[in-house]
Design a protein. Structure first.
Length: 238
């Protein structure tokens, strides 16, 4: 079944939509088969993961849709200790969630801890159960924010580090709905940005700061980003 993005949102209420998946996490309402497949991605080669997910299934939008769409925002704080441990701080918000009587956001249990809800709006109930967030009575203009620690920074054999995000998606059967993903990354002094895949283009903005990076994407399909960093030698002399 294919649904045109211009359909009124109230017609989408009864649809089982696959929402989104976050970096280091899997944040989705989906089938058990999808869940098993996505968990396997975390143990595969990052380059193979990126190619398999984005090939032929991603379209960036030249301009935002006329209607409000789900906005998934992550703030990722990389600490100096993240280079050794791989753990980063995650602040995540979901705005304009799709209307559902019940919704589950599932994180990879081996890559998340200290998961907690920090804000909720227009949601009947939101609670953390293990590595999941359970939502009931998700209404129009719903908002959910969480915080957690996530093992997201992956050391590479060449000495660089990769922060991989996604796949992000809103899916119904074989079709995808538009969505927005924005990511703010704060870096310690001992890491610097090298490159990002996919590259900046219409519908995908990349803003580089001295120790920060901002991404803003409007798209349909599955989006995975891979951001590569290098270690910066520290001058300890006074």
């Amino acid at each position: 079944m294919c649904v045109n993005e211009k359909f009124p949102m109230h017609l989408l209420v009864s649809m089982t939509l696959l929402l989104m998946v976050s970096i280091f996490v899997t944040s989705v309402a989906r089938s058990q088969a999808d869940k098993n497949e996505e968990e396997d991605w975390f143990v595969e080669d990052p380059d193979a993961i990126y190619d398999a997910i984005n090939e032929g299934e991603l379209t960036f939008l030249d301009k935002p849709p006329e209607i409000q769409v789900h906005h998934h925002h992550n703030t990722i704080i990389v600490l100096k200790s993240s280079i050794e441990t791989g753990w980063v701080k995650l602040l995540q918000c979901h705005d304009n969630l799709d209307i559902f009587p019940r919704l589950q956001i599932v994180y990879n249990k081996d890559k998340i801890h200290d998961l907690r809800i920090t804000q909720q709006k227009n949601i009947g109930e939101a609670r953390v159960e293990g590595h999941t967030v359970q939502l009931t009575d998700v209404n129009s203009n719903a908002r959910l924010c969480v915080e957690a620690e996530s093992r997201a920074l992956i050391a590479q054999k060449d000495g660089t580090f990769v922060l991989q995000n996604g796949p992000f998606m809103r899916k119904f059967l074989d079709g995808y709905f538009p969505m927005r993903v924005s990511i703010d990354i704060k870096l310690p002094a001992n890491l610097s940005f090298i490159t990002i895949e996919p590259g900046e283009q219409k519908g995908f903005k990349v803003i580089k700061g001295k120790q920060s990076l901002h991404l803003d994407a409007w798209f349909e399909g599955r989006l995975v980003t891979r951001i590569r960093f290098k270690r910066v030698p520290q001058n300890n002399s006074q």
